[in-house]
Design a protein around this ligand. Structure first.
Ligand SMILES: C=C(O[C@@H]1C=C(C(=O)O)C=C[C@H]1O)C(=O)O
Length: 97
């Protein structure tokens, strides 16, 4: 009964996982550039642009759900960047001593 739809969800999830892994890898490169250039991790202006772009691509009835999803996606992205930047900074401090 639900097999076809569940198979479609599985296929979509497979694509989402690959894209989310790629997004995190890109976020890692951004974290590296921020540390090298003494820039803050958080960029609220950029996040507002992301929300605007997502909303423009989303049917109105689904916009609140996509907003929640992207809040979480960017939260995880920032958590990952914070972990990486701390580890790189700790390494750097250790080699300075
Ligand atoms: C990835 C970045 O770092 C943070 C995470 C963002 C994201 O995951 O889209 C956006 C802005 C920043 O708060 C960035 O600055 O582009």
């Amino acid at each position: 009964m639900l097999e076809q739809e569940r198979q479609e969800i599985d296929e979509i999830d497979q694509q989402l996982v690959a894209l989310l892994v790629r997004r995190l890898a890109t976020s890692e490169r951004i974290a590296n550039a921020k540390l090298a250039n003494n820039m803050p991790l958080l960029d609220q202006q950029r996040e507002q642009l992301v929300y605007q772009r997502v909303a423009a691509q989303t049917p109105v009835d689904k916009q609140p759900y996509l907003k929640t999803l992207f809040t979480d996606i960017m939260l995880v992205s920032k958590q990952y960047q914070a972990k990486l930047m701390k580890a790189w900074q700790d390494d750097h401090d250790a080699t300075d001593k």
